[in-house]
Design a protein around this ligand. Structure first.
Ligand code: NDP
Length: 450
């Protein structure tokens, strides 16, 4: 991929970013998308250039890398890499998930942390951007092994985080179990019971509706897009990739709003159920038994299973919600979706669509929403969990869900109105990047060169 820009200054900045951060393609992709949006407004903001706002925003405030040794069930010592990227704290404590997946490296966490800055800004809550993780793979590990890893990971991480400093949360591979083990270890070492992690269990400070928040929020955001086009989820056919936290609760809300979700996948393959996915069966397979999605086709006679996940995009649908991982939806997939009549794509995962796929959607009348806007419901509800922890109160499911819905509507409004204001109506990529940037840049300008 060529990471060039028309604006000379921004192009120079992009090339410097590549030179200074070798072998981080996902980070270049995220920065390039952001700078492409900034091209539309850079002439109106000479202070961004004189005060080096963009140079500063692209450089993380701090990166922590550490060794994570732990002992497996055979008594052997295993060693993983641990990371925390504290990207930007201009508008609040660093906030962002912890990813546990064998593919994790610094470049991936930098792309995620960078996007998190603008996403968190869009939520209207006071949260800076960060991200962390490890190349540890929880799949196939016993609960004791996962606990041993999480405790070792937190032994180092606890020196760098805190409820007013940096508040990590879940992400791929980090669910309620892992957050519980990490929270327990933090509490033990620091001897303090504080809201240092979000996504906690309900008996120790977690928020109702946090589990559902990213998937539900995605559907609330998509409903705003559909409403702008005079329609709704009712009667629509939806394809959702992934079968994890985001995909499951996006399916639940889309179904509640009257849509038929016909496909889900995991990293080994996808299931197609033309009768509509039976979510109770998926939850049992994925949340309770931690099995592969192929199990679904063994239990449901109307469903078919296919190896490989890319084929999921060949299933005809009105709405596609990619909710698995970065770059899972490429140009070929975009062409197939368009040819099959798909009209709306909203990202539940972070950066699941390649730049070529996004360009194709935008050129072919597909209304497209980037993850940093449409999947912000998870971190927004994490922000609500922080508020509840500070107040030492728990809000009802209905209260949290109503706040989530109203935040998603305000994110849509901000991205939509900003896109229109800069002359790119319906370009939610530009709208989200610029609306997110303006608030962070304002705070950075006010706080001086730090
Ligand atoms: P989970 O670990 O719960 O689920 C991830 C799902 O995606 C699993 O079904 C996994 O399959 C699948 N998957 C992972 N890698 C691939 C791949 N290469 N190809 C196909 N499928 C794959 O994670 P989440 O649902 O929490 O996260 C999904 C996405 O949403 C990520 O991009 C994450 O950053 C983003 N996100 C999550 C938020 C949250 O609150 N959880 C908030 C905002 C964004 P398998 O089990 O086989 O690995």
């Amino acid at each position: 991929m060529e990471y060039t820009l028309n604006n000379e200054y921004l192009n120079g900045l992009m090339q410097k970013t590549i030179a200074k951060n070798p072998s981080e393609p996902e980070f270049y992709q995220a920065v390039h998308e952001f700078l492409t949006s900034v091209e539309a407004i850079i002439d109106q903001h000479p202070e961004f250039i004189s005060e080096k706002i963009l140079e500063r925003i692209i450089e993380p405030e701090r990166v922590i890398m550490f060794r994570v040794p732990w002992v497996d069930d055979k008594g052997e010592i295993q060693v993983n890499k641990g990371f925390r990227v504290q990207f930007n704290s201009a508008i609040g404590p660093y906030k962002g998930g912890i990813r546990l997946h064998p593919s994790v490296n610094l470049g991936i966490l930098k792309f995620l942390g960078f996007e998190q800055i603008f996403k968190n800004s869009l939520t209207t809550l006071p949260m800076g951007g960060g991200k962390g993780g490890s190349d540890f793979d929880p799949k196939g590990k016993s609960d004791r092994e996962v606990m041993a890893f999480c405790q070792s990971f937190m032994r180092e991480l606890c020196k760098h985080i805190g409820p007013d400093t940096d508040v990590p949360a879940g992400d791929i591979g980090t669910g309620a179990r892992e957050i519980g083990y990490m929270f327990g270890q933090y509490k033990k070492i620091r001897n303090e019971f504080t809201g240092v992690l979000t996504g906690k269990g309900l008996t120790f400070g977690g928020s109702l509706a946090r589990t559902e928040a990213t998937g539900y929020g995605l559907c609330y955001f998509t409903s705003c897009m559909l409403a702008k086009k005079g329609t709704s989820f009712a009667g629509k056919t939806v394809v959702i990739s992934g079968a994890g936290n985001v995909a499951i609760y996006a399916t639940e809300k889309a179904q509640q709003l009257g849509a038929k979700v016909v496909a889900l996948c995991d990293s080994t393959g996808y299931v197609y159920d033309p009768d509509g996915i039976k979510l109770d069966i998926v939850k049992d397979i994925k949340e309770v038994k931690r099995q592969r999605i192929s199990e679904y086709a063994k239990q449901v006679p109307t469903a078919k299973y296919e190896d490989g996940c890319h084929g999921i995009w060949s299933i005809p649908c009105d709405i596609a919600l990619p909710c698995a991982t970065q770059n899972e939806l490429d140009l070929d997939a975009a062409k197939t979706l368009v040819a099959n009549g798909c009209k709306v794509v909203a990202e539940g995962a972070n950066m699941p669509s390649t730049p070529e796929a996004i360009a194709y959607f935008q050129a072919n009348g597909v209304y497209f929403a980037p993850g940093k806007a449409s999947n912000a419901g998870g971190v927004a509800t994490s922000g609500l969990e922080m508020s509840q922890n500070s107040e030492r109160l728990s809000w009802t499911f209905e209260e949290v869900d109503a706040k989530l819905k109203s935040i998603m509507e305000s994110i849509f409004k901000a991205a939509d109105e900003t896109a229109t204001k800069i002359g790119h109506e319906d370009n939610l990529v530009m709208g989200a990047n610029i609306a997110g940037l303006l608030k962070v840049a304002d705070a950075m300008l006010a706080q001086g060169v730090i």
